[in-house]
Design a protein around this ligand. Sequence first.
Ligand SMILES: [Fe+2]
Length: 384
Amino acid sequence: MPFYHRMGSIPKKRHIQHHKAEGGIYQEHLIGNYGFTGPASLLYHIHPPTAVLRTEHLRNWVYEEEDHPMLRMRHVMTAQLHAAGSPVMDRVPIFFNNDCAICYSKPNVNDDYWYRNGSQDEYVFVAKGEGVLETQMGDLSFGQDDQLIIPQGIIHRWQFSTKENELLILESNSYLRTPKRYRNEYGQLIEGAPFSERDIHGPEKLNPRDEKGEFELRVRQRGGMNRFILDHHPIDVVGWDGIFFPWKFNFNDFEPITGTIHQPPPIHQILQGDAFVVCNFAPRPFDFHPEAIPAPYYHSNVMSDEVLYYFSADFMSRKGIEWGSMTLHPDGIPHGPHPGRYEGSIGKEYTDEKAVMIDTFRPLKVAKPALDIEDKHYWKSWVE
Ligand SMILES: [Fe+2]
């Protein structure tokens, strides 16, 4: 995040001795991207973070595309996925390309190992569930409609306090950040942005453990999931400062922008990667020009694939979708409201729709597991 945060015990200057009360010094550790020039934080560990007893390749981690790709509208229904396993190991890929992957998870166990995604930032929308994301930079509590951003390299573990949990997970091969056009030249979110730093929350509490033994860390990197056995508890940071840390932003804190006439999707944006954007479609008043058409006009987004994840019963321009639906409207195919929805939107003053949109600038592939939960007739649903 482009603002400075600090927690716990840190020395008065970087790179100087930080003494433990019982003798010895804490182990300083810089974590950040772009090789000492990008966003970074300095962490102070009880034990050196480098001590690894054993490593093991657990399994390959490659998403497979459907056998016969079809360029047409797609609709998958996550409601048909069964709850299963871990939010790390059992997430189900839905759409992916070389820039990102969109996955879904209904975890029903709490992992007893720790996890570090060494290749991707992760954006996680909590559609259902509550709990705590335990991280080496502190505990971050979460609840329904929270959106968590976990920069790559940060050790963490999902601990749910609820039985029914649903997560939309975006794995990003590039740094997930707020849109550049929302930030002034000093890095602060500008007044016209639909959220402010006050809506962004970092970890709440450090919980360092001084424990030696064998601790399992799973590391996703280079197309595989690997097991590392550390000789110390991985959550042993007594303090840190910097701008590289896990954070959350609740969907309901998004301040929608409206106008007299239909506003284009970029007004809904919350995040950008190198080759995609993430948007929040929040409940809002409709356009108020006396001749306004609140539903979107038809559009052909050349060089852009549009994924919408719906978590409300209705979406103003679509029919046939349900809670948990995910649609893909790919590259350049004209799309827009279903029959009746364009004219039907006239005169409406408010929408309760809730959706997360991910628009990618390069084509998405449909992952094989998505075929099992696909509405295979969706692409014909604009025909009256
Ligand atoms: Fe669209």
